[in-house]
Design a protein around this ligand. Sequence first.
Ligand code: UDP
Ligand code: MG
Length: 233
Amino acid sequence: MLRRVSPLSKLISAAKPSLLNQGAYGLNFLEAFSTDASKPAEAGIVSKARTPTINFVLGGPGVGKGTQCTRIAETFGFTHLSVGDLLRKEISSNTEYGAMILETITKGKIVASEVTVKLLKTAIESSETDRFLIDGFPRSEENRVAYEQIIGIEPEVVLFFDCNEEEMLKRVLHRNQGRVDDNVDTTMQRLKVFEAYTLPVIRYYSQKGKLHKINAIGTEDEIFERVRPIFAK
Ligand code: UDP
Ligand code: MG
C-alpha cells in the first residue's frame, strides 16, 4: 500500500477520526501541581553543583532523533535521555504507570505530563552528569508548561529535525525495533499528534529564537554535519 504514490494526507484523512478526537491525556494535570506552582525547580535539580544544561530534540516519529542524539552525545559529551525510552522502561518494569503508558503509546497518543515530567526529573537528578539532550520531549504545549513548572530549566538549544511525512512513515516501518507503535495505523496517529500538539511547541521555541531547524533528509553523516556547528562552539 505504501508503494502506491498516494499522498500521505489522503491516507491520514482515511484513518479513524475517533482516534484523534480523544486528544492527549491529562488535560487537567495542572491542578495536580497547583501547590507547586510558586516554587519551580525544587530541591534535587537545584541542589546539583551547577544548574544542568538542557537541550531539547524534537521531530516527528522516525525522523532520526535517537540516531542523531547518540552521535551528538558522543561527540559533544551530553547525556542522552530519550523520554520514549524512559516510558518504555516503565512498561517493562511493570510500575504503577506501566499499563497506562502501554495503552497510550499503543494508541500513538501523549502520556500525561505529570508522569512524563516526573520520570524526566528523576532521570536528571539521578544522573551524575549535568549536560543533557532530551529526546522527544516536550511533545505538547501541556508538556512544556508542566516542564517549566516542575523542572524549570530553560533549554539552551531546541533542535527540530524536519522531514516530510511519507519519509517518516517509511522510516518507522523499516526500522524493525519490534515497537508496538511502529505500524501503519499508530504511526498515522503519531503523525497527526505531531502536527496538532508538537508543532505548536516548535513554533513557541522558534519565536523565542531557540530553534535550530535541521533538514533531516540525507545520510546519517550528512545530517550530523548539519547539526555539528550548533554545538561546536
Ligand atoms: N511519548 C510521550 N511523551 C513523551 C515521549 C514519548 O507520550 O514525552 C510516547 C508517545 O506515545 C510516543 C511514544 O512515546 O508516540 C514514542 O515516543 P518516541 O520518542 O520513543 O518515538 P519516536 O518519535 O522516536 O519514534
Ligand atoms: Mg526515538
